[in-house]
Design a protein around this ligand. Sequence first.
Ligand code: OAD
Length: 257
Amino acid sequence: MPLQRIPEAQLRQARELIAAAERVLVFTGSGVSAESGVPTFRGEHGLWRSFRPEELATPEAFARDPKLVWEWYGWRRSTLRSCRPNPGHLALARWMASRSGVTLVTQNVDGLHEAAARAVAPPSSARGGGAAPIKLHGSILVDRCSRCAYRREIGGAESAPPPCPECGALLRPDVVWFGEPLPEREWSRAIAAASRAEVALVVGTSALVYPAAGVVYHAAARGASIVVVDPDATAVDRHAHILLRGPAGAVLPDLLR
Ligand code: OAD
């Protein structure tokens, strides 16, 4: 798709809206990581174009063929190893470290928002790396037990899901699969932030997956102005006060400078 420059007047309007807001919700999806080399889900080269979610990202799939599901996540983890935060993640992290009142809610499991926060304000610095994002879909960089509460950071290159050292059930990636509930605490924090936000900045998501996408509708219903950053149409465009049609890696540094 040929990208056109976003008109300066539109960017200025969005900047003013955001600067005037005491509380801003940022809601991101896989598009914010596209320029880091992480595939999105539904686009032309999206993961769900080549793989069937019900064969790989459901509890039933894991029960049926744990090794297959484990291998698929192993492949995704290995491709992530070479991915770094892009200028969009970094602009967002820098901006969040420079002001208060921003809550970042992400559907992404790739850890790139956290990596960007560490890059712009390392944990040893006064700002301590900024507030951690609220992760609605978990983290691909963590394993958890499929039965008990055991969790660990991903480690070796096991070719099949290993047993939990505490209860012996199989370990699985700590991500939310289709048919599973979102983590309760994250969900209530996201909804609370959406209720308070004067502006919701929605970046790189088709906003088709529920309940996560409901966060944006909740913010809109509570009166937040919606600013969408995405090169393509999204399900929330009709609620948008300002549509910034472009890639996050180019638009966010310009918007949040
Ligand atoms: P989608 O693949 O549905 O949407 C990606 C969005 O990113 C689209 O709107 C693209 O136009 C946009 N996009 C592509 N490149 C971009 C760029 N450079 N800058 C900004 N935007 C860009 O992915 P998500 O909305 O993230 O859930 O999908 C939501 C959930 O569906 C995921 O968290 C995952 C998936 O199934 C689970 O696995 C539970």
